[in-house]
Design a protein around this ligand. Structure first.
Ligand code: NAD
Length: 446
């Protein structure tokens, strides 16, 4: 098939590359001139494990091309995917301007039947709006379909190539037949293609993300309660995660969810509820808990240093909102760095992939280390904000010998509190006992 993908970001580029990988001819379109230039010269503009290999292969085999020109990019295609941003607008609802602007431009450019597939996360009713916008100027028949994307940054290729399910909102048999052929290579193990009406497909994406955010906020509150009650969230997590009704995933407490999806999608769903006069109480709590949780590590730091952070020096390991991505959108690191700076602290950071993005936000107000250990000299505390694998078993002796004080605030529960205590660290994490003050209780627990 001949496919165009409009928007070559985390979703669009993975979508385009994976469809090329299964033999389709794909043109990726983007308005960002620099991105198009990079891609044309064989550079992947984002960090996504495994993408580079597929990207290079499909360019070399002539199935993956790039353009800034919408007209040229959609010429003769069977399917147009929209993978455009839908950020939170000022009031928290989804900003549909990117989608609707492109829809408006598409109308006059269509010269044969085409299926327009919305992969962006959009509020219920958007497919109808997009259809209406295009119909204003289109001279040919077309269909608009909702096909929300569930890939996770960091494992996007695996998620796209082997999705748990493909959700497609359409009632057209012609479209279903086309989608069956397009997605057949991705569901060979028998995972379903779920057809439903457009509105349900659009809502499914929000329901999924809101439920996952709810799980995170629930566990974060459980972690906070565990600390107060003298329990250990790690044990509680394993205790409930082994119940198959609950499941093991998404039960790790931390410093709040971030990223380009959960915050904006939970907020957009809450706004959608308001438009139909529904008071979605749980969603409000999920958001409130998350914004409080993003401050939990700062509270621990302030408590430890008696609110005197002025002149103190902090090393930070991990800046992206989660490991294996360079994405810092809504990352807890942003708020934590900002607060440390406002309190007069010095900050030196390291992240394997996200440094250039953080640098574009904080410039020379903070320092950047070329590797984790170079961030440590003369620091009063080390903060772990993203659970990159390379931080899992660091050289603790080297850390101890390099830092001014052996104080570690771990927002991702990377290390065993008992081990850290024995090795001479003041170690604070999320929802687990503070061993330095309470060793007897912890030993009893063991
Ligand atoms: P992104 O910001 O990484 O990429 C969007 C791209 O669209 C950018 O490259 C931008 O330059 C381009 N663009 C903007 N306006 C354009 C226009 N008029 N014409 C052509 N290109 C244009 O966004 P993303 O993370 O890929 O997300 C895209 C959509 O997919 C969003 O709705 C998001 O909620 C959804 N989604 C994202 C993820 C994820 O993990 N990132 C997962 C599932 C769904």
């Amino acid at each position: 098939m001949k496919i165009a993908v409009i928007g070559s970001g985390y979703v669009g580029l993975v979508t385009g590359t994976c469809f090329a990988e299964t033999g389709n001819n794909v043109t990726c379109i983007d308005i960002n001139e620099n991105k198009i230039k990079q891609m044309k010269s064989g550079i992947v503009p984002i960090y996504e494990p495994g993408l580079d290999l597929l990207f290079q292969r499909n360019i070399a085999e002539g199935r993956l091309t790039f353009t800034q020109d919408l007209k040229q990019g959609i010429e003769g295609v069977d399917i147009i995917f929209l993978a455009l941003p839908t950020p939170a607008g000022e009031d928290g609802s989804a900003d549909l301007s990117y989608i609707l602007n492109v829809a408006e431009k598409l109308g006059p450019l269509l010269n044969k039947y085409v299926v327009i597939v919305d992969k962006s996360t959009v509020p219920v009713g958007t497919a109808e709006n997009v259809r209406a916008k295009i119909a204003l100027s289109a001279q040919v028949e077309f269909d608009v379909v909702s096909n929300p994307e569930f890939l996770r940054e960091g494992v996007a290729i695996e998620d796209f190539m082997k999705p748990d399910r493909v959700v497609i909102g359409t009632q057209s048999d012609k479209v279903k037949a086309l989608m069956d052929v397009l997605y057949a290579p991705f569901v060979r193990q028998g995972n379903p293609i779920l057809y439903m009406d457009e509105r349900s497909a659009e809502l499914t994406k929000y329901a999924g993300n809101a439920f996952l955010a709810l799980k995170i906020s629930f566990m974060n509150e459980m972690a906070n309660l565990s600390e107060l009650l003298g329990a250990n969230i790690d044990h509680v997590r394993l205790g409930i995660g082994t119940d198959s009704r609950i499941g093991k995933r998404f039960l790790f407490p931390g410093i709040g969810y971030g990223g380009s999806c959960f915050p904006k999608d939970v907020s957009a769903l809450a706004k959608m509820a308001v438009t139909v006069d529904y008071d979605f109480k749980i969603l409000k709590s999920v958001m409130e808990v998350n914004s409080i949780q993003k401050k939990v590590l700062l509270q621990k730091i302030n408590k430890y240093f008696d609110n005197h952070l002025y002149g103190k020096s902090f090393a930070i390991w991990g800046l992206s909102f989660k490991p294996n991505t360079d994405d810092i959108r809504e990352a807890p690191s942003l708020e934590i760095i900002q607060s440390l700076l406002e309190q007069g602290a010095h900050v030196i950071v390291f992240d394997p992939e996200a440094m250039r993005h953080i640098e574009s936000v904080f410039g020379n107000t903070i320092q950047y280390a070329p590797n984790p250990y170079d961030a440590l000299p003369n620091t009063d505390a080390l903060l772990i904000l993203t659970e990159w694998s390379e931080f899992r078993t660091p050289d603790f002796e080297r850390i101890k010998n390099t830092m001014k004080e052996t104080v570690l605030f771990d927002g991702r529960n990377m290390y065993d509190p008992h081990y850290m205590f024995i090795n001479g660290f003041h170690y604070e994490s999320i929802g687990r006992p503070l061993i330095s003050k309470n060793i007897n209780q912890y030993q009893n627990e063991l």
